[in-house]
Design a protein. Structure first.
Length: 218
């Protein structure tokens, strides 16, 4: 699920093997949102999968799993592929930036960095993500009922099938049909029919209480 992207409620993840860098970044971003941190790439991915951040600040050069390798792992995960990642590097070069951008980096910050510039760039990525999330929501929502539309269902079903295959867990799909709906429309009019569909959708929403559950109009 998407987070509320007002800057004072943003969920930020800092990934760096240098604790001092994390402390400086956390102080710079204290007014932007809540900050979590990881000291290596593997822990960063675990934290991100557990609770996807709105923006991740990623050290490009870490022992073990590099920042670019974390980026590649994120872009291959449907739950993490759209998270903006700002790469932090002490070896800035055109070739490195090209490589990072090709792997999905949204921006670069060179060390030593200006805390005010870091905060401004993070806020920029938050605004962009908020706008993109709003567009995605509009394009994936059924205009009448407010639940997911057929396009969103197809995309989510594909993602959940992949997730179920990876985790070896079962996946359930329930298809409901409204009995005699044409007769209802013919008798009471399409306005009443629309209200009935909205009521059915709301009843299904009230019955779903797990984060991964999706109600869609097929």
């Amino acid at each position: 699920m998407s987070h509320t992207l007002e800057t004072d409620r943003a969920n930020l993840l800092i990934v760096d093997d240098d604790v001092t860098v994390i402390q400086v970044l956390a102080k710079a971003l204290a007014g932007v949102g809540s900050v979590r941190y990881a000291l290596n790439g593997a822990d960063a991915l675990r934290l991100a999968e557990r609770d996807p951040p709105d923006v991740i600040l990623l050290d490009a050069h870490m022992p073990g799993m590099s920042g670019f390798e974390v980026l590649e792992a994120m872009r291959s995960n449907p739950d993490l592929e759209d998270i903006p990642a700002i790469c932090i590097t002490s070896h800035s070069s055109q070739e490195m930036e090209e490589e990072g951008l090709a792997k999905g980096a949204a921006d670069f910050i060179a060390k030593p960095f200006n805390p005010a510039i870091v905060a401004a760039r993070v806020k920029t990525q938050l605004r962009l993500k908020r706008a993109l999330d709003k567009l995605r929501q509009l394009s994936s929502t059924d205009a009448l009922t407010g639940v997911a539309n057929r396009r969103a269902l197809d995309e989510t079903l594909l993602q959940e099938c992949k997730r179920a295959w990876r985790s070896k867990n079962p996946l359930s799909v329930l298809l409901l049909d409204v009995d005699h709906f044409k007769t209802f429309n013919d008798t009471y009019g399409h306005g009443a029919g629309d209200k009935a569909l909205i009521a059915v959708a709301n009843a299904r929403l009230e019955a779903t209480n797990r984060p991964a559950d999706l109600v869609a109009r097929y």
